[in-house]
Write a new protein. Structure first.
Length: 407
């Protein structure tokens, strides 16, 4: 078994050799099905469960949620029978879980990942953004590393065939050197645009981001899933190799996952389904590609494709990483950490009025710091959460806000 290889800085050379040797062994070291438990049975872990079941490598055994109806709905939706817990720690203590999904709101990601890691499952799949602060993300890495637990952050678009095709075309030089990538976001940088900062690195073969410069506007007291967010933001990023990227967030009326990618010898327009390429070989015309996935066909699934394919392929690669037949996972936690770091560096740039060199030293959320210090006090007071509609029953704030998080 590869223990924690991807958590603290990538597999080393010796480990790579062992992985290559294992991957050609005829008797695969493959468990029958990995037993999964889910913490937080909401919108996104429905996609986790869909992915676990679609790839055929898992049994979903147990669910934990503060609200029993969320667990009943999960069972009904997928025609599964699971054991239900309103106390996630009781689930972790009772069930012999191989894999734990963490799908609470962002502030719950770190405490529940740390709690799960202490019970030593083989792996944890935690939703994005990795945490509410880089300090908490650090704690997740430490807890998983010391317990030998593989940790993946759910930036599932790394598994979309159009994204991978764009990455491969860029690596082959199809558009020359990437000079600029342009994205449009909304609903706050940590939620939506952490996928975009992750995508930039994926498209550049995980090149490191060198520096970030940006600004935010925050006149109202706006939150997203219990995390403070800005009203609007603009950001510029530079990567090793010289590529740059721009995000315009909440400043243009429409936004989407994907990018306009400009190279020295061509262009790519990328969406979650489609890749358009323009270069000398296409004779200056746009050439359209709509690739199918490993598990699903694009035309058959329509708008569901990105969710179904992303979820299944992400889960399948996790099983292969656990098996030892894949040397790592493309969503391993260091990548989720860097996606979050790039977002918080935009806030730090606004706070310090400077270009922020990475790795970033500040470990708390710079936007929180700006607001709480009075530097960026809301001018139209009154806290509101743009995802409050997700809450069930009488709840109008998350469990974290109600102080029910584990200590
Ligand atoms: N990867 C993606 O594309 C994507 C898409 C949507 C959401 N997300 C992420 O998924 C996470 C969850 O978002 P969502 O939209 O699914 O939220 P949601 O509100 O639909 O689901 C969260 C669930 O967690 C439960 N919960 C809260 N505290 C709990 C606790 N202490 N123990 C057990 N259960 C608890 C809630 O009752 C709720 O059912 C967020 O961090 C979000 O950013 C990712």
């Amino acid at each position: 078994m590869i223990v924690g290889g991807g958590i603290a800085g990538g597999v080393n050379h010796a480990l790579k050799q062992r992985v290559r040797a294992w991957s050609v062994l005829p008797s695969a070291r493959v468990a029958d099905k990995y037993r999964v438990g889910v913490i937080g049975c909401g919108t996104m872990t429905r996609r986790h469960v869909e992915g676990y079941l679609a790839c055929g490598r898992y049994e979903v055994a147990a669910l934990a949620d503060l609200d029993a109806s969320a667990m009943r709905e999960m069972d009904a939706r997928f025609a599964i029978r699971t054991v239900h817990y309103t106390d996630a720690r009781a689930m972790l203590d009772t069930e012999r879980l191989d894999v734990v999904s963490v799908g609470t709101w962002h502030t719950g990601h770190s405490p529940w990942t740390v709690a799960a890691a202490a019970r030593k499952p083989k792996a944890i799949l935690c939703e994005k953004p990795m945490a509410d602060t880089l300090g908490h993300a650090d704690e997740m890495l430490i807890a998983c590393n010391r317990a030998g637990v593989k940790l993946v952050i759910g930036h599932q678009r790394r598994f979309l065939p159009a994204y991978t095709m764009a990455r491969d075309l860029i690596a082959q030089g199809a558009i020359g050197r990437v000079s600029m990538m342009m994205c449009f976001g909304g609903a706050g940088l940590p939620n939506y645009s952490s996928h975009q900062t992750d995508m930039f690195r994926y498209l550049l073969n995980d090149a490191e981001c060198r520096w970030v410069m940006g600004n935010v506007e925050r006149k109202t007291d706006r939150f997203e899933r219990s995390t403070r967010i800005e009203d609007a933001a603009v950001a510029v990023f530079e990567f090793d190799g010289g590529a740059r990227a721009i995000i315009l967030s909440d400043v243009v009326p429409s936004y989407y996952q994907g990018a306009l990618i400009y190279g020295t010898e061509g262009q790519i327009n990328l969406t979650t389904e489609e890749l358009q390429l323009l270069n000398a070989e296409t004779r200056g015309a746009w050439q359209t590609h709509r690739p199918d996935g490993r598990f699903f066909k694009l035309e058959a699934e329509g708008e569901e494709f990105e969710w179904r394919e992303g979820g299944a392929a992400q889960a399948a690669e996790l099983a292969e990483w656990i098996d030892g037949t894949a040397p790592t996972h493309r969503g391993r936690a260091e990548n989720g950490y860097k996606a979050l770091e790039m977002i918080h560096a935009v806030y730090e740039s606004a706070r310090c009025h400077e270009r922020v060199m990475l790795p970033m030293q500040t470990r708390i959320n710079p936007l929180d710091l700006m607001v709480e210090s009075g530097h960026l006090a809301p001018q139209r007071p009154g806290r509101y959460d743009i995802r409050a509609f997700l809450l069930r029953g009488e709840n109008l704030s998350s469990d974290e806000a109600a102080g029910k998080l584990p200590s």
